[in-house]
Design a protein around this ligand. Structure first.
Ligand SMILES: Cc1cc2nc3c(=O)[nH]c(=O)nc-3n(C[C@H](O)[C@H](O)[C@H](O)COP(=O)(O)OP(=O)(O)OC[C@H]3O[C@@H](n4cnc5c(N)ncnc54)[C@H](O)[C@@H]3O)c2cc1C
Length: 436
């Protein structure tokens, strides 16, 4: 364990390789490095964050139950504290939604989040490998021994003890031949969304709109064909009078390259139309215009791996007390249909929290691989709750910690099923995580 070793210009050795630098992958990399592992973090863009930065999601939801009990902390809290130190996050707020249910959030600047994630990775001693696209993986008897990435310098092979797939679409596990969960006959992938920045907004007037007025405007915008989704959902930028609007809807399978490219173009069209509607019809938005598109369409759901345990909505709703719980959450089941204006929303009770078991991070048939973020082993319905960034960060922290423990326990071979989950839970609690 220590520093990633460069064998020659084309080969790099590390204890842990994290594929994908979204919030889940970045937290996994930082957690593993802080526990002494040498870590390489592979990311196709020139910055980290995934949906949180490239997708401009701009708000971390659901830190608490309706009664104010904290369910996510640890590294996720540190991210917010560091954002605040830069002035890049607004205060934590709790509110009642138009559906009458509780929600809480922290709005942040996606640009500042890039800096914060850089800081955390550099300080932890993670070796970032940016502008690196996964090509394929080498497998030997249930172990992923190396990943190959396409970089500016050509193809680089990265050999590892543990592979953490945090690519959202779970590309590395796909190349390793892992098994994926199917949708039920009546289910569809959640749609993608092109988030856009709009401003300036007169927030005194925009915020004064009642829930009924906002809902009526959104309904009208949708009925008249200006809004793909009957909502005016947005996050306020901490630095300006601009907002990031989440009101487009693109029903695609984002692992289909043709569909993904087409969705980027259609997403920009939808965003442009929505911006015209905001300027023409929404009080407080008259002086505004579209300022920027997100770098890419935000992807809610693609592949979900089949793991040792498949987490279900029923287990979240009961909720089940898992002996190997490594993270908790309180976000409701929130399913955006692939088209149309509606939302399928199953709220949690006032003080309801659920747990995520370690076994849902263990892809079947692979000894040294973990999965984090929106590709973990869960049904479509359960993923609709646990996909949010707060929970993704908590699961990422757990996976990074588990990878370091697996390496210590198995002399660098990184057998993830050898991890003592009581020891893992103790380590996570020591590092500030909340597990129930
Ligand atoms: C439109 C939208 C709105 C949302 N709203 C909220 C919200 O309000 N609050 C909330 O908390 N959550 C929200 N979410 C959910 C949340 O943003 C995601 O579920 C979460 O960011 C998932 O994180 P992740 O790290 O698993 O994946 P991602 O963010 O998808 O990160 C994957 C990373 O891997 C990289 N990558 C992918 N493939 C490769 C490859 N082949 N090679 C190299 N790198 C690769 C990507 O560039 C990316 O950086 C929203 C999501 C969307 C799409």
């Amino acid at each position: 364990m220590g520093t990633a070793r460069r064998i020659d210009g084309k080969v790099l050795d590390a204890d842990v390789v994290v594929c994908g630098g979204g919030v889940a992958g970045t937290m996994a990399a930082v957690a593993a490095a802080r526990r002494g592992a040498s870590v390489v973090l592979i990311e196709r863009y020139g910055f980290l964050g995934g949906n949180a930065t490239a997708g401009a999601v701009a708000q971390f939801n659901s830190w608490q139950t309706g009664k104010g009990r904290t369910v996510v902390a640890g590294l996720a809290d540190e991210v917010v504290a560091r954002l605040r130190a830069y002035g890049g996050a607004r205060p934590h707020e709790s509110f009642v939604m138009s559906t009458g249910h509780h929600m809480d959030r922290v709005e942040y600047s996606p640009e500042v989040l890039k800096l914060v994630l850089d800081d955390m990775v550099i300080e932890a001693g993670v070796q970032p490998l940016l502008h690196a696209n996964l090509l394929d993986v080498d497998c030997e008897g249930g172990r992923i021994t190396a990943v190959r990435v396409l970089t500016k310098g050509g193809v680089l092979t990265v050999r590892e003890g543990v592979l953490i797939d945090a690519s959202g679409d779970i590309d590395a596990l796909d190349r390793a031949g892992a098994r994926f969960l199917e949708l039920d006959a009546d289910e569809q992938l959640q749609p993608a969304t092109m988030i856009f920045r709009f401003g300036p907004i007169d927030y005194t007037r925009f915020d004064a709109l009642s829930k009924a007025e906002t809902a009526a405007l959104a309904k009208r915008g949708h009925a008249e064909g200006h809004l793909a989704r009957a909502a005016l959902h947005s996050s306020r930028d901490p630095y300006s009078d601009d907002g990031w609007f989440n009101i487009s809807r693109l029903g695609i399978d984002a692992t289909d390259p043709m569909a993904l490219g087409a969705a980027e173009m259609e997403g920009r069209r939808q965003a442009w139309k929505a911006a015209q509607f905001l300027a023409s019809s929404v009080p407080g938005c008259e002086g505004g215009q579209l300022r920027a598109f997100a770098t890419q369409v935000g992807i809610r759901e693609t592949r979900r791996v089949e793991g040792d345990h498949v987490l279900t909505a029923e287990e979240l709703m009961r909720p089940v007390d898992f002996p190997d719980a490594i993270a908790a959450g309180a976000y409701p089941i929130d399913i955006h249909p692939a088209s149309g204006g509606a939302l399928h929303y199953v709220p949690m009770g006032d003080d309801h929290a659920y747990q995520i078991p370690y076994r849902s991070l263990l892809p079947l048939g692979l000894d040294n691989a973990l999965v984090v973020g929106r590709g973990i082993s869960a049904t479509h319905q359960a993923l609709a709750a646990i996909r949010v960034m707060t929970i993704s960060m908590a699961v990422g922290q757990a996976a990074g910690t588990a990878a370091a423990l697996a390496l210590q326990k198995t002399d660098g071979r990184g057998n993830v099923r050898a991890v003592d989950t009581d020891a893992l839970r103790t380590a996570l609690l020591q590092d500030g995580a909340v597990l129930r």
